[in-house]
Design a protein around this ligand. Sequence first.
Ligand SMILES: [Zn+2]
Length: 353
Amino acid sequence: MKTLKEVTLAEKILKEIRICNKCLGRQFPKFRPELSNSEKGILLKLFTITKIKGKKQEGYTWQDLLDLTEEQSCDLCGNIFTKIDDIVAKLIERLEEYEFENFLCGAKIPISLVEKEEKIKSEFKLRGESLRKEIVREVGLKLNKCLKKETNFSDPDIKIIFEPYNEEPAIRITTSPIFYSGRYLVRERGIKVKELIEEFFITNFDAESVKVTLMTVDNRLYLEMPFLVKIIHPKKRGPINNYNDLNGVVLSELKRLSRKEYKDKEFKAEFLIKVIIDDDLTRESKISELKENIKRKKQIVEVNFQNGVNEKEIIVIIGVCGNLNLLKMFSQSNLRVKEFKLIKIDDFKRKDI
Ligand SMILES: [Zn+2]
């Protein structure tokens, strides 16, 4: 009974418009779900023809079915599905310069076709998936097979948007950013550290641009400091080799991060500083003055004083994030730095601040 209902509906559609097998089959998602849209279309056309001619299905061979349901020009899709292989070939050509493990593709369809499809769907109360979705799925499946790469819906390495109805299919490709953390050590004073690191990552990943976040202290201190990098629109996706020395900046501990890890990441450094306190003022007032001075700096997240080293010295442990010129900060106060030592640099999450 159900088939009869669907055949009656198919007959109505076929009387009204010229439609290819795939587009007809797509309108009947619940009909014979084990069949492809093309097969559904062929079967519905056959049932309709048999019904009209009053003949029985058994009398037909498979070739007869194909002949009977030979593709006519389709009002709905303009026979776009005959061009899928050409579109896929052009996409593969464009993708040659990119490295990726997985992808996601999408398509832009002319609004006139979308409206025509909507009109037909509402006229016959159809609930099948859209033309755009079927084009995207067909192209996606062929790309899976040809490139041997998976589709990734949540976080693809590469996104491909194509316009199948353009004479020369317009293709827009965007790639997901890549994130790294690492340490850098400046060996020569006066060099442009940030620019060197930027250039290094742009070259390695054939990227459009990079965003480098450095934690810095006075470079006279020669400390290994942390950095983060976001590599924007990379054509290559690593790995990185030979990163030991970039003309005066040494990189180490490079680690690939996920998008979330990068977003959550901040730095925390603990510095051990021995400060000499003037004799003429009390120890307590000097300590509170120092504390106030340090706390005024926005980047400082934590200040701890460990007292009792000796009468004239205190140890300050400061947690900082971002840039901080510690030597300058102390030189502006009346306190003399006797010893300056980086104890450790921790990674910690922004929400912990
Ligand atoms: Zn069609």
